[in-house]
Design a protein around this ligand. Sequence first.
Ligand SMILES: [Zn+2]
Length: 240
Amino acid sequence: MDLIAAPSPNFDARTAPPDMIVLHYTGMPTGEAALARLRDPEAKVSSHYLVEEDGRVFSLVAEERRAWHAGVSFWRGETNINAVSVGIEIVNPGHEFGYCPFPDAQIASVIELVGDIRGRWTVPDERLLGHSDVAPARKEDPGELFPWKQLAEAGHGLWAEPAAAPGAPLGEGDEGPGVFAFQAGLTRLGYDCAPSGVYEPRTATIVRAFQRHWRPGRVDGVADGETRSRLMALLRLAAG
Ligand SMILES: [Zn+2]
């Protein structure tokens, strides 16, 4: 695909080939401002790519180098997410500056770019993630308006819409084996959610991250039957 060179000095050496893709939104008023920041040596942040609203794709850091996009993060025991991932910044003002739907041209470019990256590196579907998945207590991006389902239909990432399951919702303050099992499932998918059997604020925060990605119609931190059945369906896919 056509890439616009916009080199950033903010990178260092990888210790392993990437096997994960982390999607972000820029969360700044304009794409120009975000691009400038990602190239500013003082900011010490970067990504491999930036995708503008009109679909233009800027290349900032070579894929074989480590870009600095994830910060303090965790997935399946891995805490150096920058070392194992390719980071894509998608221009959107984000929750702070007027969160809005991602234009079709932009998503088409994201899909093409992800396909290209996966043609070069081995990135399993369950390792196509949002920043909020790997840093749920700090980050909300790319957020519940990002069309993860459309990406999955294009062949990239996990998606499941099982028949709605009955069952009493679990929420903050609940405890017991049902909570423990649910936390264990989130941990098995990859979240930093070591089971305690108590639905603490930490668990609600992780559930909101899960919902932003896999149940965008309900981002409230409550594990209702459908949230739990979607998690179980994803675990079956991830194990397959
Ligand atoms: Zn981010």
